[in-house]
Design a protein around this ligand. Structure first.
Ligand code: ADP
Ligand code: G6P
Length: 480
């Protein structure tokens, strides 16, 4: 029976060593949380990095890691410290990530890191090929593995390969500055189907294909080495029922309330409004800009002092990369300054958590917040915005969402803002806080209906259906 091999840099679970024993925890990030549901339903395997440097493991522990993750239908690609430094922290997160998110000033192009990127993509290819049987389908994910499709195609030309990019594809004017632009595009073209979150990203990609590789593009098909490659947009959904059911359970009396939930409920009693933001600690998420805009809001509408609180959860991410360290320092400083400026004996305007929280706590935060403030400067999709909507089972709540998040394309009923404009931010936050219940419910109803219909399962099925069609086209061409 044919299987699907999912490949991504990070597996849905992370391994670490705590006092000589292995600890396994879920990974954070849209790719992992979204694909986890797809993977657990299917019969395939997931190839990726376990999150631990291979050279820090004894042969016995290394074997144990493989055994443990095998139970979750995962296979690990061993990466050593040098790979992690040069390929993951270096090329992936200091060259590709900032460039693709339009943070040109943060990009750092190093020849040695490019060599590491090629080397590690080859390591992934080897593990995939070792696990590949005839007729299997391979689904490669994200910017860390842009060369992988062609590496697999070279060795296994009959394998059907899909690729999905979870971050934006930048405009040609940005992408053309990249030193290895041709190699990257050619690597991606090893796929039979390339998927993006939005039509704009797809359009930017096709424009680079035409202008950099000078290939023929017919609508959304590329003719390359006598192969037809399809390009399309598939906005990623969430496991809607999982979030909705978890929220229903939390609302029911049978579940004992956590301490966090009790603290959050005190706000409702005191008639204070809770405003929530949840992000990985990443400069693309606009955390400092949000804090400064919140200060502007409190200065502009002082009647909200002691009446609102911003609960800001930032999950540690890529903390060895200098820009992330700088962001952490800047965030700490800003939160301190603003809390110092406005706090009274009974009120601090920002509650700031810098840690990862268990799923149950995330649900408590979602269901207790009157407003979700999701204001990235640039974001491929943003699943947090969708999760907030799915958990609003009582129909109230307002989503304030950045126009720069891919999710904004499907969430018109949210209050859409330009995250760089403090005025836009303050006006819409006020509008959210004063929105009549009826209007909240109407907006939520539309948002929920769309998210339920186009959930992550539907997203994956549409992708597979489209990938399957490319296979049929290839077979017909061969038999002709
Ligand atoms: P990104 O992929 O850039 O991190 P997304 O908003 O698309 O941004 O995805 C973030 C994912 O990580 C969401 O599914 C969210 O539920 C999850 N997540 C965020 N914070 C935490 C946390 N503290 N603990 C566990 N999961 C989290
Ligand atoms: C984003 C990326 C993913 C990545 C995740 C977490 O969602 O698109 O590829 O896995 O962030 O980042 P990390 O570097 O910890 O894997």
């Amino acid at each position: 029976m044919n299987k699907t091999i999912i490949v991504s840099n990070r597996l849905p679970l992370q391994v670490s060593i705590q006092e000589n024993s292995l600890e396994i925890s879920p990974s954070v990030g849209g790719l992992a949380t979204g694909m986890k549901s797809v993977h657990s339903e299917g019969k395939g395997i997931w190839v990726g990095w376990s999150g631990i440097p291979e050279n820090e493991l004894s042969p016995e522990l290394s074997q144990k890691v493989q055994q443990e993750i095998r139970k979750e239908k995962c296979v690990s690609v061993p990466l050593d410290n040098q790979d992690i430094e040069e390929y993951y922290e270096g090329f992936s997160n200091r060259a590709l990530w900032p460039l693709f998110h339009y943070f040109m000033e943060y990009t750092n192009f190093e020849q040695q890191e490019w060599e590491a990127y090629k080397r590690v993509n080859e390591k992934f290819a080897k593990v995939v090929i070792d696990n590949l049987d005839d007729g299997d389908t391979v689904w490669v994910h994200d910017y860390q593995l842009l060369l992988l499709p062609q590496l697999i195609k070279d060795q296994k030309p009959n394998t059907t390969i899909g690729f999905f990019l979870h971050i934006p594809f930048p405009s040609y004017e940005i992408f053309r500055t990249f030193p290895w632009r041709q190699e990257i595009l050619k690597g991606m073209l090893g796929s039979d189907l390339l998927g993006f979150h939005t039509y704009d990203y797809e359009r930017h990609f096709l424009s680079s294909i035409k202008r950099i590789l000078r290939l023929d593009v017919n609508f959304n098909e590329i003719n390359y080495h006598d192969r037809m490659i399809k390009v399309d947009s598939f906005p990623m959904g969430i496991d809607y029922d999982k979030y909705r059911n978890a929220a229903l359970k939390h609302h029911s009396d049978s579940l004992e309330k956590s301490d966090l939930r009790k603290r959050l409920e005190e706000h409702m009693i005191e008639d204070k409004k809770l405003i929530l933001s949840i992000d990985r600690m990443d400069y693309t998420k606009g955390i400092p800009t949000r804090i400064k805009a919140f200060e502007f809001f409190l200065d502009t509408y002082p009647e909200y002092k002691e009446k609102v609180r911003l609960v800001m959860l930032a999950v540690p991410s890529r903390s060895n990369v200098p820009q992330y360290q700088k962001l952490k320092r800047e965030t700490d400083e800003l939160v301190g300054r603003i809390n110092g400026k406005f706090a009274t004996v009974s009120w601090t305007p920002i509650w700031y958590f810098y840690r990862s929280l268990p799923f149950e706590d995330l649900i408590d935060l979602y269901i207790s917040s009157d407003v979700a403030l999701i204001t990235p400067i640039r974001d491929g999709m943003n699943l947090v915005a969708k999760e907030y909507v799915a958990t609003r089972t009582q129909g109230n709540g307002v989503l304030v969402l950045s126009e720069m998040a891919g999710a904004s394309k499907e969430m018109n009923e949210a209050l859409l803002i330009n995250p760089n404009s403090y005025e836009d931010f303050a006006l819409n936050l006020k509008r959210a806080l004063t929105m009549p219940l009826k209007e909240q419910e109407t907006r939520m109803k539309f948002l929920q209906k769309r998210l339920k219909r186009y959930d992550v399962e539907k997203w994956a099925n549409e992708f597979f259906k489209s990938l399957e069609e490319t296979k049929q086209v290839r077979n017909t061409t061969i038999t002709k």
